[in-house]
Write a protein that binds this ligand. Structure first.
Ligand code: KG4
Ligand code: ZN
Length: 353
Protein backbone atom coordinates (compact mmCIF):
# COMPACT_ATOMS: atom_id res chain seq x y z
CA UNK A 1 0.00 0.00 0.00
CA UNK A 2 1.16 3.48 -0.76
CA UNK A 3 2.39 5.64 2.12
CA UNK A 4 0.03 8.32 3.39
CA UNK A 5 2.00 11.48 4.18
CA UNK A 6 0.23 14.17 6.17
CA UNK A 7 1.47 17.73 6.44
CA UNK A 8 -0.03 18.84 9.75
CA UNK A 9 -0.49 22.34 11.16
CA UNK A 10 -1.33 23.37 14.75
CA UNK A 11 -1.91 26.93 15.98
CA UNK A 12 -4.72 26.70 18.53
CA UNK A 13 -2.93 28.45 21.41
CA UNK A 14 0.64 29.66 21.87
CA UNK A 15 2.68 27.24 19.76
CA UNK A 16 3.01 27.55 16.00
CA UNK A 17 3.72 24.02 14.84
CA UNK A 18 4.04 21.95 11.68
CA UNK A 19 4.95 18.30 11.14
CA UNK A 20 5.11 15.60 8.51
CA UNK A 21 3.73 12.22 9.61
CA UNK A 22 3.87 8.94 7.67
CA UNK A 23 0.98 6.47 8.03
CA UNK A 24 -0.19 8.00 11.29
CA UNK A 25 2.62 6.53 13.37
CA UNK A 26 5.96 7.77 12.10
CA UNK A 27 6.99 11.38 12.61
CA UNK A 28 9.33 12.57 9.84
CA UNK A 29 9.59 16.10 11.23
CA UNK A 30 8.16 18.04 14.15
CA UNK A 31 8.79 21.79 14.26
CA UNK A 32 7.47 23.94 17.11
CA UNK A 33 7.89 27.71 17.44
CA UNK A 34 6.95 28.45 21.01
CA UNK A 35 5.66 31.85 22.04
CA UNK A 36 6.00 31.11 25.75
CA UNK A 37 8.80 33.63 26.31
CA UNK A 38 6.67 36.32 24.68
CA UNK A 39 3.61 35.67 26.87
CA UNK A 40 5.55 35.11 30.10
CA UNK A 41 5.91 38.85 30.67
CA UNK A 42 2.07 39.09 30.78
CA UNK A 43 1.63 36.02 33.03
CA UNK A 44 -0.46 34.16 30.45
CA UNK A 45 -1.41 33.94 26.78
CA UNK A 46 -2.51 37.24 25.21
CA UNK A 47 -4.78 36.22 22.29
CA UNK A 48 -4.04 39.16 19.98
CA UNK A 49 -0.30 38.74 20.39
CA UNK A 50 -0.65 34.99 19.78
CA UNK A 51 -2.46 35.52 16.45
CA UNK A 52 0.05 38.07 15.24
CA UNK A 53 2.98 35.82 16.16
CA UNK A 54 1.35 32.82 14.41
CA UNK A 55 1.14 34.87 11.20
CA UNK A 56 4.85 35.67 11.44
CA UNK A 57 5.93 32.12 12.23
CA UNK A 58 3.66 29.88 10.21
CA UNK A 59 5.39 30.00 6.83
CA UNK A 60 8.93 29.43 8.11
CA UNK A 61 7.69 26.67 10.45
CA UNK A 62 5.99 24.80 7.59
CA UNK A 63 9.00 25.25 5.31
CA UNK A 64 11.26 23.80 8.04
CA UNK A 65 8.92 20.85 8.60
CA UNK A 66 8.97 19.94 4.90
CA UNK A 67 12.74 20.43 4.65
CA UNK A 68 13.47 18.38 7.76
CA UNK A 69 11.30 15.56 6.43
CA UNK A 70 12.89 15.91 2.96
CA UNK A 71 9.43 15.94 1.46
CA UNK A 72 8.11 18.31 -1.19
CA UNK A 73 4.54 19.57 -1.18
CA UNK A 74 3.76 17.48 -4.26
CA UNK A 75 4.60 14.28 -2.32
CA UNK A 76 2.15 15.09 0.48
CA UNK A 77 -1.09 13.05 0.51
CA UNK A 78 -3.21 15.52 2.51
CA UNK A 79 -3.04 18.59 4.73
CA UNK A 80 -4.29 18.21 8.32
CA UNK A 81 -5.06 21.17 10.56
CA UNK A 82 -6.48 21.88 14.02
CA UNK A 83 -9.76 23.79 13.59
CA UNK A 84 -10.91 23.77 17.23
CA UNK A 85 -11.15 24.13 20.13
CA UNK A 86 -8.84 27.02 20.98
CA UNK A 87 -8.39 30.75 20.55
CA UNK A 88 -10.36 31.78 17.47
CA UNK A 89 -7.77 34.24 16.14
CA UNK A 90 -4.99 31.72 16.65
CA UNK A 91 -6.90 28.82 15.05
CA UNK A 92 -7.82 30.97 12.05
CA UNK A 93 -4.17 31.46 11.09
CA UNK A 94 -3.59 27.70 10.82
CA UNK A 95 -6.91 27.01 9.10
CA UNK A 96 -6.41 29.75 6.47
CA UNK A 97 -2.84 28.57 5.85
CA UNK A 98 -3.88 24.90 5.52
CA UNK A 99 -6.66 25.82 3.10
CA UNK A 100 -4.31 27.90 0.97
CA UNK A 101 -1.66 25.15 0.82
CA UNK A 102 -4.18 22.36 0.14
CA UNK A 103 -5.94 24.40 -2.55
CA UNK A 104 -2.71 25.48 -4.23
CA UNK A 105 -1.18 21.99 -4.17
CA UNK A 106 -4.52 20.30 -5.05
CA UNK A 107 -4.49 18.14 -1.93
CA UNK A 108 -7.37 17.10 0.32
CA UNK A 109 -7.93 19.05 3.54
CA UNK A 110 -8.63 17.27 6.85
CA UNK A 111 -9.71 19.31 9.88
CA UNK A 112 -8.76 17.83 13.25
CA UNK A 113 -10.11 18.29 16.78
CA UNK A 114 -7.23 19.47 18.99
CA UNK A 115 -8.03 16.98 21.75
CA UNK A 116 -8.34 14.10 19.30
CA UNK A 117 -4.80 15.12 18.34
CA UNK A 118 -3.62 14.92 21.96
CA UNK A 119 -5.03 11.38 22.22
CA UNK A 120 -3.42 10.41 18.90
CA UNK A 121 0.02 11.36 20.29
CA UNK A 122 -0.15 7.88 21.83
CA UNK A 123 -0.09 6.31 18.34
CA UNK A 124 3.31 7.79 17.51
CA UNK A 125 5.90 5.02 17.68
CA UNK A 126 8.72 6.29 15.51
CA UNK A 127 10.56 9.56 15.52
CA UNK A 128 13.88 9.26 13.72
CA UNK A 129 14.77 12.88 14.47
CA UNK A 130 15.39 11.83 18.09
CA UNK A 131 16.30 14.78 20.22
CA UNK A 132 16.84 15.40 23.88
CA UNK A 133 13.14 15.82 24.48
CA UNK A 134 12.07 12.39 23.24
CA UNK A 135 14.29 9.96 25.06
CA UNK A 136 11.96 7.60 26.77
CA UNK A 137 9.91 5.96 24.16
CA UNK A 138 10.67 5.88 20.49
CA UNK A 139 9.57 2.31 19.79
CA UNK A 140 6.78 1.22 22.08
CA UNK A 141 4.16 -1.40 21.41
CA UNK A 142 1.56 -0.06 19.01
CA UNK A 143 -1.56 1.16 20.74
CA UNK A 144 -4.87 0.40 19.06
CA UNK A 145 -8.40 1.17 20.24
CA UNK A 146 -10.34 0.40 22.28
CA UNK A 147 -8.68 1.87 25.38
CA UNK A 148 -9.33 4.31 28.22
CA UNK A 149 -7.59 7.69 27.98
CA UNK A 150 -7.08 10.39 30.59
CA UNK A 151 -6.87 13.75 28.81
CA UNK A 152 -5.28 16.49 30.93
CA UNK A 153 -4.37 19.79 29.32
CA UNK A 154 -4.63 23.49 30.05
CA UNK A 155 -8.26 23.61 28.98
CA UNK A 156 -9.49 20.00 29.32
CA UNK A 157 -9.73 17.27 31.91
CA UNK A 158 -11.59 14.32 30.46
CA UNK A 159 -11.76 10.59 31.01
CA UNK A 160 -12.81 8.92 27.78
CA UNK A 161 -13.21 5.49 26.26
CA UNK A 162 -11.57 5.61 22.83
CA UNK A 163 -13.87 3.12 21.08
CA UNK A 164 -12.23 3.47 17.69
CA UNK A 165 -9.96 6.01 15.99
CA UNK A 166 -11.67 9.37 16.53
CA UNK A 167 -14.65 7.78 18.35
CA UNK A 168 -14.98 8.83 21.98
CA UNK A 169 -17.33 8.14 24.85
CA UNK A 170 -16.81 10.74 27.57
CA UNK A 171 -17.19 9.06 30.96
CA UNK A 172 -15.86 11.80 33.23
CA UNK A 173 -14.80 15.43 33.19
CA UNK A 174 -13.90 18.31 35.45
CA UNK A 175 -16.70 20.28 37.08
CA UNK A 176 -14.58 23.42 37.35
CA UNK A 177 -10.89 24.02 36.60
CA UNK A 178 -8.90 21.88 34.17
CA UNK A 179 -5.89 20.12 35.70
CA UNK A 180 -3.39 22.28 33.79
CA UNK A 181 -5.27 25.41 34.79
CA UNK A 182 -4.93 24.43 38.47
CA UNK A 183 -1.17 23.95 37.99
CA UNK A 184 -0.90 27.36 36.30
CA UNK A 185 -2.94 29.18 38.98
CA UNK A 186 -1.09 27.63 41.92
CA UNK A 187 2.27 28.33 40.26
CA UNK A 188 1.32 31.95 39.83
CA UNK A 189 0.22 32.20 43.48
CA UNK A 190 3.56 30.91 44.76
CA UNK A 191 5.48 33.13 42.34
CA UNK A 192 6.77 30.41 40.04
CA UNK A 193 5.45 32.13 36.91
CA UNK A 194 3.97 30.94 33.63
CA UNK A 195 3.50 28.25 32.42
CA UNK A 196 3.05 26.74 35.83
CA UNK A 197 2.97 23.00 35.15
CA UNK A 198 6.64 22.45 34.33
CA UNK A 199 7.71 24.85 37.12
CA UNK A 200 5.68 22.98 39.77
CA UNK A 201 6.94 19.66 38.40
CA UNK A 202 10.51 20.91 38.80
CA UNK A 203 10.07 22.48 42.26
CA UNK A 204 8.22 19.40 43.56
CA UNK A 205 11.25 17.18 42.96
CA UNK A 206 12.93 18.74 46.00
CA UNK A 207 9.74 18.74 48.10
CA UNK A 208 7.86 16.40 50.43
CA UNK A 209 4.50 15.38 48.89
CA UNK A 210 3.07 14.73 52.38
CA UNK A 211 4.18 18.04 53.93
CA UNK A 212 0.69 19.56 53.61
CA UNK A 213 -2.45 17.43 53.47
CA UNK A 214 -4.70 19.17 50.97
CA UNK A 215 -8.33 18.03 50.46
CA UNK A 216 -9.20 15.40 47.84
CA UNK A 217 -12.52 16.42 46.33
CA UNK A 218 -15.00 13.80 45.17
CA UNK A 219 -18.03 14.66 43.06
CA UNK A 220 -21.10 13.11 44.66
CA UNK A 221 -22.68 10.45 42.43
CA UNK A 222 -20.11 10.95 39.65
CA UNK A 223 -17.11 8.70 40.38
CA UNK A 224 -15.24 9.70 37.21
CA UNK A 225 -15.68 13.46 37.47
CA UNK A 226 -13.00 15.80 38.78
CA UNK A 227 -13.01 19.02 40.79
CA UNK A 228 -9.91 21.11 41.33
CA UNK A 229 -11.25 24.48 42.46
CA UNK A 230 -11.48 23.38 46.13
CA UNK A 231 -7.88 22.22 46.06
CA UNK A 232 -6.80 25.46 44.40
CA UNK A 233 -8.62 27.50 47.09
CA UNK A 234 -7.05 25.38 49.84
CA UNK A 235 -3.59 26.16 48.45
CA UNK A 236 -4.40 29.88 48.18
CA UNK A 237 -5.75 29.88 51.75
CA UNK A 238 -2.63 28.13 52.96
CA UNK A 239 -0.46 30.79 51.33
CA UNK A 240 -2.56 33.68 52.69
CA UNK A 241 -2.55 32.19 56.17
CA UNK A 242 1.24 31.77 56.07
CA UNK A 243 1.68 35.36 54.89
CA UNK A 244 -0.63 36.75 57.60
CA UNK A 245 1.10 34.85 60.38
CA UNK A 246 4.55 35.66 59.04
CA UNK A 247 5.45 32.04 58.35
CA UNK A 248 7.83 31.22 55.56
CA UNK A 249 6.44 29.02 52.77
CA UNK A 250 8.52 26.10 51.61
CA UNK A 251 7.75 26.24 47.88
CA UNK A 252 9.06 22.74 47.03
CA UNK A 253 6.93 21.18 49.82
CA UNK A 254 3.86 23.14 48.74
CA UNK A 255 4.40 22.26 45.07
CA UNK A 256 4.92 18.57 45.89
CA UNK A 257 1.86 18.42 48.17
CA UNK A 258 -0.40 20.14 45.64
CA UNK A 259 0.92 18.00 42.79
CA UNK A 260 0.42 14.86 44.86
CA UNK A 261 -3.24 15.74 45.45
CA UNK A 262 -3.84 16.32 41.71
CA UNK A 263 -1.98 13.16 40.71
CA UNK A 264 -3.92 11.03 43.22
CA UNK A 265 -7.24 12.32 41.89
CA UNK A 266 -6.24 11.66 38.29
CA UNK A 267 -4.70 8.22 38.77
CA UNK A 268 -7.41 6.79 41.04
CA UNK A 269 -10.24 7.71 38.66
CA UNK A 270 -8.43 6.65 35.48
CA UNK A 271 -7.51 3.24 36.89
CA UNK A 272 -11.02 2.74 38.31
CA UNK A 273 -12.51 3.61 34.90
CA UNK A 274 -10.30 1.12 33.04
CA UNK A 275 -11.23 -1.62 35.51
CA UNK A 276 -14.95 -0.88 35.72
CA UNK A 277 -15.34 -0.49 31.97
CA UNK A 278 -13.25 -3.62 31.38
CA UNK A 279 -10.33 -2.33 29.32
CA UNK A 280 -6.74 -3.43 29.93
CA UNK A 281 -5.16 -0.47 28.16
CA UNK A 282 -4.86 2.96 29.76
CA UNK A 283 -3.30 6.00 28.05
CA UNK A 284 -2.65 9.60 29.07
CA UNK A 285 -2.65 12.70 26.87
CA UNK A 286 -2.30 16.50 26.98
CA UNK A 287 0.26 18.90 28.44
CA UNK A 288 -0.14 17.66 32.03
CA UNK A 289 0.63 14.11 30.80
CA UNK A 290 4.26 15.22 30.65
CA UNK A 291 4.24 15.66 34.45
CA UNK A 292 6.87 13.33 35.90
CA UNK A 293 4.95 12.50 39.10
CA UNK A 294 1.79 11.67 37.11
CA UNK A 295 3.74 9.40 34.75
CA UNK A 296 5.41 7.57 37.66
CA UNK A 297 2.22 7.17 39.71
CA UNK A 298 0.25 6.03 36.68
CA UNK A 299 2.92 3.47 35.73
CA UNK A 300 2.97 2.12 39.29
CA UNK A 301 -0.79 1.87 39.64
CA UNK A 302 -1.21 0.28 36.20
CA UNK A 303 1.41 -2.31 37.12
CA UNK A 304 -0.42 -3.09 40.38
CA UNK A 305 -3.75 -3.44 38.59
CA UNK A 306 -2.47 -5.44 35.62
CA UNK A 307 -3.14 -2.67 33.09
CA UNK A 308 -0.95 -1.77 30.11
CA UNK A 309 0.06 1.87 30.40
CA UNK A 310 0.66 4.06 27.33
CA UNK A 311 2.08 7.58 27.34
CA UNK A 312 3.48 9.85 24.65
CA UNK A 313 7.01 11.25 24.78
CA UNK A 314 6.91 14.59 26.66
CA UNK A 315 7.45 16.55 23.44
CA UNK A 316 4.27 15.02 22.01
CA UNK A 317 2.25 15.72 25.22
CA UNK A 318 2.35 19.51 25.03
CA UNK A 319 1.00 21.20 21.89
CA UNK A 320 2.63 20.01 18.68
CA UNK A 321 1.63 19.24 15.09
CA UNK A 322 2.85 15.61 14.95
CA UNK A 323 -0.15 14.57 17.06
CA UNK A 324 -2.43 16.43 14.63
CA UNK A 325 -0.82 14.52 11.76
CA UNK A 326 -1.43 11.21 13.56
CA UNK A 327 -5.11 12.05 14.13
CA UNK A 328 -5.53 13.43 10.59
CA UNK A 329 -4.23 10.13 9.17
CA UNK A 330 -7.05 8.14 10.82
CA UNK A 331 -9.65 10.74 9.81
CA UNK A 332 -8.31 10.63 6.25
CA UNK A 333 -8.52 6.81 6.20
CA UNK A 334 -12.15 7.08 7.29
CA UNK A 335 -12.84 9.32 4.30
CA UNK A 336 -13.14 12.60 6.17
CA UNK A 337 -12.48 15.58 3.84
CA UNK A 338 -13.22 19.20 4.64
CA UNK A 339 -14.25 21.83 2.12
CA UNK A 340 -12.79 25.26 1.44
CA UNK A 341 -15.42 26.64 3.80
CA UNK A 342 -13.71 25.00 6.83
CA UNK A 343 -13.79 27.51 9.67
CA UNK A 344 -12.17 27.80 13.08
CA UNK A 345 -14.56 26.58 15.82
CA UNK A 346 -13.27 27.86 19.19
CA UNK A 347 -15.63 25.65 21.26
CA UNK A 348 -15.64 22.51 19.08
CA UNK A 349 -16.94 19.54 21.10
CA UNK A 350 -15.03 16.27 21.29
CA UNK A 351 -16.38 13.77 18.77
CA UNK A 352 -17.97 16.46 16.57
CA UNK A 353 -16.94 16.79 12.94
O1 KG4 B 1 -1.91 20.45 26.02
P1 KG4 B 1 -1.29 21.75 26.31
O2 KG4 B 1 0.10 22.02 25.80
O3 KG4 B 1 -2.19 22.92 25.79
C1 KG4 B 1 -3.59 22.85 25.86
O4 KG4 B 1 -4.18 22.26 24.94
O5 KG4 B 1 -4.12 23.33 26.89
O6 KG4 B 1 -1.32 21.90 27.89
C2 KG4 B 1 -0.82 23.00 28.55
C3 KG4 B 1 -0.96 22.77 30.03
C4 KG4 B 1 -0.58 24.00 30.84
O7 KG4 B 1 -1.57 24.23 31.81
C5 KG4 B 1 0.74 23.57 31.48
O8 KG4 B 1 0.98 24.20 32.72
C6 KG4 B 1 0.53 22.08 31.63
O9 KG4 B 1 -0.13 21.69 30.46
N1 KG4 B 1 1.81 21.36 31.76
C7 KG4 B 1 2.17 20.64 32.84
C8 KG4 B 1 3.48 20.18 32.60
N2 KG4 B 1 3.86 20.60 31.36
C9 KG4 B 1 2.81 21.32 30.85
N3 KG4 B 1 1.51 20.39 33.98
C10 KG4 B 1 2.15 19.66 34.92
N4 KG4 B 1 3.40 19.19 34.78
C11 KG4 B 1 4.11 19.41 33.64
N5 KG4 B 1 5.35 18.92 33.51
ZN1 ZN C 1 -3.28 21.18 23.73
Amino acid sequence: MEDVLILAIESSCDETAAAVVRNGREVLSNVIASQIALHTQFGGVVPEIASRKHIEQINPVITSALEEARISLSQITAVGVTYGPGLVGALLVGVAEAKAIAYGAKKPLVGVHHIEGHVAANFITKYPGQNALTPDRICQAELEPPFVCLIVSGGHTHLVVVKDYGEFEIIGKTRDDAAGEAFDKVARAVGLGYPGGPKIDQAARQGNPHAVEFPRAKVEGAPYDFSFSGLKSAVLNYINHAKMTGQEICVPDLAASFQNAVVEALVSRAVLAAEEYGYDKLAIAGGVASNSALREAMARSCREHGLNFYYPSPVFCTDNAAMIGAAAYYEYQKGVRHGWDLNAIPNLKLGER
